[in-house]
Design a protein around this ligand. Structure first.
Ligand code: ZN
Length: 282
């Protein structure tokens, strides 16, 4: 097997001064949530990026196509939302590559981004992403809180962290809960998703009130300086901690492992900091 051609970016947000942000929705398409999200986005004429589980895209093709016909962008969120830190190289390759293929096949749309389940980007994924010509899409704001939560709390979570070029992570599905919908952790995830979707109009209105507009991730990246390396870089001595980081740890907890139900007392660390880039190629 030859070495892959090209490379990939790891995107947390767009480096821009423009008051633009992207809403992203993970884990769908799901008949229980996706249409509600599409209805809200239509009402405010907001274009978003949907990071689909390949399995769900194939299982609910018309819903997947409906996302595209409503003007949204699609991305790959793996085939079945397994914890990628626990997979063999072959399993990891298949979860990413077959997920990509499934979303392309179900929607007929190009796929430019891979969002790793729970934000856990493992080193070996770099090779697969380079082969697929996909970028890794993380996020700078998590729009999810452990239940019970309220619209006011979720709105505050997003507004307090709001910044130009933000990428906000929401959900229109329940990850591994898809395969065990009546288990306790899946029911809790459903409650959290419903709370997010219920809060969506208030969040969108609050964001508009602050002078922001919405874009898909690809549109958002168009707001970056031509050469991002020329932009002002945040001091490396004082790394910025993203607001709402606890909720990043929170947000997808339990959705990727049917055997490990939610344990509120002991959330697993997730996301950006844990993005282990071990070298897969010698
Ligand atoms: Zn997910």
């Amino acid at each position: 097997m030859g070495l892959p051609i090209g490379g990939f970016r790891t995107i947390f947000s767009a480096r821009t001064d423009a008051n633009v942000l992207s809403l992203t929705f993970d884990d769908g398409p799901d008949p229980e949530f996706t249409e509600h999200v599409l209805t809200v986005l239509d009402r405010y004429d907001v274009g978003a990026t949907f990071c689909m589980m390949g399995h769900n895209a194939l299982e609910h093709r018309s819903l997947a196509q409906s996302v595209v016909s409503h003007g949204h962008e699609v991305a790959n969120h793996s085939l079945t939302h397994l914890d990628q830190t626990r997979l063999s190289p072959r399993e990891l390759h298949d979860e990413i590559a077959l997920g990509h293929q499934a979303v392309v096949e179900a929607t007929g749309s190009p796929v430019r981004y891979f969002r790793p389940p729970r934000g856990r980007l493992v080193g070996r994924a770099s090779r697969v992403l380079a082969e697929l010509n996909s970028d890794a899409l993380l996020w700078s704001i998590s729009g999810s809180l452990r239940a019970p939560t309220t619209t006011a709390k979720l709105t505050k979570l997003v507004i307090d962290a709001l910044h130009p070029g933000a990428i906000v992570c929401f959900h229109d599905g329940i990850g591994r809960g898809t395969f065990a919908r009546e288990q306790r952790f899946a029911r809790e995830l459903k409650a959290r998703r419903n709370a997010e979707i219920e809060a969506l109009p208030a969040i969108i209105e609050a964001v508009i009130d602050r002078g922001y507009s919405f874009a898909t991730v690809t549109e958002l990246l168009g707001f970056e300086a031509t050469n991002p390396y020329e932009s002002e870089i945040t001091s490396l001595d004082e790394p910025q901690i993203v607001d709402g980081e606890d909720s990043v740890i929170d947000w997808d907890d339990g959705s990727d492992d049917v055997d490990s139900p939610l344990n509120a007392a002991d959330p697993e660390p997730v996301a950006a900091e844990e993005t282990a880039l071990e070298s897969g190629v010698g």
